[in-house]
Design a protein around this ligand. Structure first.
Ligand code: C5P
Length: 218
């Protein structure tokens, strides 16, 4: 499994993070959360007071922050200019701004370089929206993870200890709409990807399926 790359793409809240971390842990691989990188960029833009709807301003600023991701599946870390922002990047303001920011080509180009650098020689599970289609189309295993909106909203709300399932669902679907509709690297099922619908599966069952796909490689 030395150079193996497993790409896990899919809709918001479909369980990509828990699944990818579980698979990486089982197979002794590293783990990269590319969504955390887009969130870190968004957090930094908001903190700098840059209008995230101003595409030109976002494009001009995209090269400024230093973003670094750890790749330990048991304790992923994300820093911006040396500050750990693992908690801050999950805030509602970031959820609301991250999809418009991620649609800006200069943001994607900047993070694409960092992502490919982190993947390096492989041995890693990478989760996102465009991993199997754009970031690493040569990945040996590609998964497209989905789940019904009700299931996704319920899980995400429970995870955050909240109660407002309807507004969580609205936020997830709005991100899906923007992520699927953008011109650059939209969310899509990559060529060669295996579709796993996790609506009626437990986390352990989803992890088992992907581990089996990795072990069944020629
Ligand atoms: O995976 P997560 O939900 O944390 O990603 C947050 C957002 O980052 C997505 O809704 C999407 O806008 C963006 N993203 C992306 N490409 C990726 C990963 C995430 O555009 N590979």
């Amino acid at each position: 499994t030395g150079s193996l790359v497993i790409a896990v793409d899919g809709t918001s809240g479909s369980g990509k993070s828990s699944t990818s971390r579980g698979v990486a842990d089982r197979l002794g691989l590293r783990y990269l959360d590319t969504g955390a990188m887009f969130r870190a960029m968004t957090w930094w833009l908001l903190r700098e007071g840059i209008d995230v709807r101003d595409t030109a301003a976002v494009a001009a600023a995209a090269g400024r922050p230093t973003i670094e991701s750890g790749t330990d599946p048991l304790g992923p870390t994300i820093t911006v200019d040396g500050t750990d922002v693992s908690v801050e990047i999950r805030a509602d303001e970031v959820n609301a701004a991250v999809s418009p920011v991620s649609a800006v080509p200069e943001v994607r180009a900047r993070l694409l370089d960092l992502q490919r650098e982190a993947i390096g020689g492989g041995g890693i599970v990478v989760e996102g929206r465009d991993i199997g289609s754009v970031v690493w189309p040569q990945a040996e295993v590609k998964v497209y993870l989905s789940a019904d909106p009700d299931a996704r909203a319920q899980r995400r709300t429970a995870e955050q200890g909240g109660t407002d399932v309807a507004s969580t669902q609205q936020s997830l679907l709005e991100r899906d709409r923007i992520d699927s509709g953008r011109a650059t690297a939209p969310l899509t099922m990559a060529e060669g990807a295996v579709h796993v619908d996790s609506t009626h599966l437990t986390l352990a069952e989803v992890i088992d399926r992907i581990v089996a796909l990795a072990e069944a490689r020629p």
